[in-house]
Write a protein that binds this ligand. Structure first.
Ligand SMILES: Nc1ncnc2c1ncn2[C@@H]1O[C@H](COP(=O)(O)OP(=O)(O)OP(=O)(O)O)[C@@H](O)[C@H]1O
Length: 270
C-alpha cells in the first residue's frame, strides 16, 4: 500500500517536472490505478531492507548511490543521457539529474583513444555478459581497445585466434548481431583485442605486461592487473568483466576510472 502511494506520488512529481523516467526501487511492484505517460523502470533485486534502520541522511545517501548505479544502466541500455529522472524508494522520492551524477560515465573522457560509439558498444556488451553469464554461470573477460599492432606487441595468443580470417562484417562490435559469438568466445581464456573502428581483431590473447605503474582497487587479481597494466604501457582502454562479483570496470592510464555494478535489473513498464 505504502509502495503504491510512493510510486503514484513519484509519477505525479515526474510529470510536473518533465522527467524522462521514473526509476522504482519499490518491491513488490506497486499497482497504479492510473498509468502515467512516462516510462517506469523497475530496478529489481536490491536489498533495501537495511534502509529502514538508518537515519534520513543515510537513507538519502544510499538512495543516491543506487540512483547513480541505475543511471549508468539507463544510459547504456536505454540511451538516457541527460534530463531528470525521479527515483522512488520505500522511504524516499528523489529527483535526480542524470548528467550531474558525480560518478556518471562520460564517454568523452575516453574519446582521445576510442570513439564514443565503439566504447558504448563494448561497455553495453560487457554489461550484458556480466548480467547474463553463460549457461547459468558467471564469466569473466576483458576487452582491450586501441591500436591492435601495439596491443599485439604486448601479448601473445593463448589459443588459436577464432577471428583469424573472419570477414570484417562479422567482427564489428558495433553490430549487435555479432554479440552472440563474442559472448561465446568470452568463455575462452585471455582477452579480446579491438581496434578503434570497433573490429574485434583477436580473442584468447594473453597479455604480457609488467604490472608497473598501476593502482588497483583491493582484491583484484591477474585479469584486472594485466588490463590495468597494458593501459599504462600504451594508449589503450581496457574494459573488464569480473567473474567474481560481476563488476564491469573501465581502465585507462593504469587506473580504474569507472566501476559499474551488474546486479541491477532494469525492467520497463512504459
Ligand atoms: N595476463 C593476462 N592476460 C590475459 N588474461 C589473463 C591474464 N592474467 C589472468 N588472466 C585471465 O584471468 C583469469 C582470472 O584470473 P584471476 O582470478 O587472477 O583474475 P581476477 O582479476 O581476480 O579476475 P576475476 O575477478 O574475473 O576473477 C585467468 O583464468 C585468466 O584467464
Amino acid at each position: 500500500m505504502n509502495g503504491d502511494l510512493m510510486l503514484a506520488t513519484a509519477c505525479e512529481v515526474a510529470v510536473k517536472i518533465g522527467a524522462r523516467a521514473v526509476v522504482s526501487f519499490v518491491e513488490p511492484a506497486p499497482v497504479l490505478a492510473e498509468v502515467p505517460d512516462i516510462p517506469i523502470i523497475r530496478v529489481q533485486e536490491l536489498q533495501l531492507d537495511v534502509l529502514k534502520d538508518l537515519t534520513m541522511h543515510d537513507i538519502l545517501e544510499v538512495s543516491e548511490r543506487h540512483m547513480l548505479d541505475a543511471a549508468v544502466h539507463l544510459y547504456l541500455r536505454r540511451n538516457l543521457e541527460s534530463g531528470l529522472v525521479v527515483g522512488v524508494f520505500p522511504y524516499a522520492v528523489i529527483i535526480y539529474d542524470i548528467e550531474e551524477g558525480k560518478n556518471f560515465i562520460n564517454l568523452k573522457d575516453f574519446s582521445d583513444i576510442v570513439p564514443r560509439e565503439v566504447l558504448h558498444a563494448a561497455l553495453t556488451l560487457a554489461l550484458e555478459i556480466a548480467v547474463e553469464g553463460r549457461e547459468g554461470r558467471a564469466i569473466g573477460t576483458a576487452f582491450i581497445i586501441g591500436d591492435p599492432e601495439e596491443i599485439f606487441r604486448h601479448s601473445h595468443q593463448a589459443i588459436l585466434n577464432p577471428y583469424q580470417g573472419q570477414p570484417a562484417a562479422l567482427r564489428d562490435i558495433k553490430n549487435r548481431d555479432n554479440w552472440e559469438s563474442i559472448k561465446e568466445f568470452a568463455q575462452l581464456d585471455g582477452v579480446f583485442v579491438i581496434d578503434k573502428n570497433g573490429e574485434v581483431r583477436a580473442a584468447g590473447r594473453y597479455l604480457d605486461v609488467t604490472g608497473r605503474g598501476i593502482s588497483l582497487p583491493g582484491g583484484l587479481g591477474g585479469r584486472h592487473r594485466a588490463t590495468a597494466s597494458i593501459t599504462y604501457e600504451i594508449p589503450a582502454i581496457g574494459i573488464t568483466v569480473s567473474e567474481s562479483g560481476g563488476m564491469v570496470r573501465i581502465f585507462r592510464d593504469g587506473n580504474c576510472k569507472i566501476s559499474i555494478r551488474s546486479d541491477i535489473r532494469l525492467r520497463s513498464d512504459g
